[in-house]
Write a protein that binds this ligand. Structure first.
Ligand code: CP
Length: 308
């Protein structure tokens, strides 16, 4: 399947070769952004950025990518200011906006909501996060970061720590890295927030060893330590969040007990799960990771519009 006109909904949809192609185009986009700043590759296109849940990185890096490609951008940055607040359905919103733009990027709280919009329209839809479901562009920028930081995607020991139950980034990352045959996934979470059973079963069916633990010390031997936030907004009962918040706090002292070559990543935002005394270690890749989002998102936009 080519990329032109394609929806970007889930990392389950990509082959290894397609992911490698995305990595290659992202590197070209990084070069383009660094040398030219702004190009006119998509100067005849307009993109809608519809964010019905809070965001800093995904929305602003998409908007930066759109501007660096010379395209126009229309934005909803707050659900309260769109007609979603009046009860308009996602499908009706999508059908309306497709008459205005060449591509729709959406973040909203319902698993499958981006697919529902994609099924309603003929322009490509990019899932910018569907509640606790998937966040495919985050996982692809994570892979781009891993490749840049470690030089490879194959045979890595990858520890994912924190809220693995509701964390869409770790769901997407598990599937995105799977074709590269990780040596092992170490899923580190409190029992109540462990990786969903269906995802663990899918990974095991692909031949990947999955270690499930609640001890942060088990994660320190990994090549990639992917920390995530315990997400207050995903809990129905605030008392359950209060019990689990602060479960893992990575400090410089703890990190020094682990693999000296470990790469520390985090999709951000963080609350307290990585102490700021880690930030200036060379292993701390999370702000570089956030910056890579622009190049990866430039690549996806150019590819689905047939201009890569
Ligand atoms: N990583 C991520 O999705 O960040 P935002 O919620 O700020 O977009």
């Amino acid at each position: 399947m080519g990329f032109e006109g394609r929806d970007i909904l889930s990392t389950e949809d990509f082959t290894k070769d397609e992911i490698l192609e995305i990595m290659e185009v992202s590197a070209r986009m990084e070069e383009l952004a660094r040398t030219k700043g702004v190009s006119n590759l998509l100067s005849d296109k307009i993109v809608a950025v519809i964010f019905l849940e809070p965001s800093t990185r995904t929305r602003l890096s998409f908007e930066t990518a759109i501007r660096r490609l010379g395209a126009g951008c229309i934005t909803v940055a707050d659900a309260k200011t769109s007609s979603a607040a009046k009860g308009e359905t996602l499908a009706d919103t999508a059908r309306t906006i497709e008459g205005y733009v060449d591509c729709i990027i959406v973040r909203q709280p319902m698993i499958g909501g981006a697919k529902l919009m994609a099924d309603a329209v003929s322009v490509p839809v990019i899932n910018g996060g569907d509640g606790p479901g998937q966040h495919p562009t985050q996982a692809l920028l994570d892979l781009y970061t891993i490749k840049k930081e470690t030089g490879r995607l194959e045979q890595l020991k990858v520890a994912m720590v924190g809220d693995l139950k509701y964390g869409r980034t770790v769901h997407s990352l598990s599937y995105a890295l799977a074709p590269f045959l990780p040596e092992r996934y170490i899923f580190c979470a409190p029992d109540a927030l462990q990786m969903p059973k269906n995802i663990v079963a899918d990974m095991k069916a692909k031949g990947i060893t999955c270690q499930q633990t609640s001890g942060l010390e088990d994660a320190l031997e990994a090549d990639i330590l992917y920390m995530t936030r315990i997400q207050r907004e995903r809990f129905d009962n605030p008392a359950d969040y209060e019990k689990l918040k602060g479960s893992y706090i990575l400090t410089r002292e703890i990190l020094e007990k682990g693999n000296k070559e470990i790469t520390v990543m985090h999709p951000l935002p963080r609350v307290d799960e990585i102490s700021t005394d880690v930030d200036d270690l060379p292993n701390a890749a999370y702000f570089r990771q956030a910056h890579n989002g622009v190049f990866l998102r430039m690549a996806l936009l150019a590819m689905i519009m047939g201009r890569a």
